[in-house]
Design a protein around this ligand. Structure first.
Ligand code: ADP
Length: 215
């Protein structure tokens, strides 16, 4: 017998996920089977032996405002990794419509049902932020070929700044591939209906900010 069952030592399923989603799933399945066999508990020795490091990723962006396309990417990342930090960047050079705090609040409300997603603000170099938060990768969304060149440059620049920082690209559902914060703002400015593209909270925020309420 390899171990004895110790009823107080329960398994923390989050700490067993790994970077390779397929590997993680296989590991989780195996651990789940072992847990079933021993009644949901494993001794500490076995836990330590099989525990994989927690995998955190950073999803940075302006999120001015957060759209359903961003949300699609976050949901995919949240399934693959233990923790996703949605990092709202200041990005003053882009002249954002919403303040950093407003963008953070909208993002917070949009991801409130995702228990392993946290929202933070990001200032300074992304690679430094990634290292500070012990994240294993940066997540970026790829909508179409037109995104590719910029995203490719960004990923390689980040790698130049810190060769340990990897970038993972995720594609949204094809119905979001045309969607961008910039277009949402343009449509909202012209009093078009943006409710299919953003949360009701963002619809409201756009109305207030752009003074386009129909009442
Ligand atoms: P940034 O100023 O960093 O480009 P954005 O908020 O515009 O900030 O975008 C953040 C990330 O989300 C980028 O990787 C972008 O390609 C991605 N993204 C934006 N809109 C969508 C969408 N509709 N579907 C998938 N990814 C998206």
């Amino acid at each position: 017998m390899l171990w004895t069952v110790e009823p107080t030592a329960s398994i923390d399923s989050k700490s067993r996920l790994g970077f390779n989603p397929a590997g993680s799933m296989a590991c989780r399945t195996l651990m789940g089977k072992i847990e079933d066999l021993v009644g949901g508990h494993l001794p500490i020795l076995a836990q330590n032996r099989y525990r994989l490091p927690m995998r955190t990723v950073v999803y940075p962006g302006s999120f001015d405002p957060i759209t359903n396309g961003h949300l699609d990417v976050v949901q995919r990342a949240a399934k693959m990794f233990d923790q996703v930090i949605l990092a709202v960047a200041n990005n003053e050079t882009k002249h954002p419509l919403f303040s950093l705090e407003e963008r953070k609040q909208m993002a917070l409300s949009a991801v409130s049902n995702l228990s392993n997603v946290v929202v933070e603000t990001l200032e300074g170099l992304l690679v430094d932020y990634v290292v500070r938060h012990k994240a294993c990768a940066v997540v970026r969304g790829l909508r179409a070929v037109s995104d590719f060149e910029f995203e490719f440059q960004l990923a390689l620049m980040n790698r130049k700044l810190n060769e340990n920082v990897e970038t993972v690209f995720l594609m949204p559902k094809d119905s979001y591939s045309f969607l961008s914060s910039r277009l949402v703002k343009e449509v909202a400015r012209l009093k078009g209906d943006v409710s299919p593209f953003v949360s009701t909270e963002v619809v409201q925020a756009l109305r207030l900010k752009l003074n386009t309420s129909n009442d």
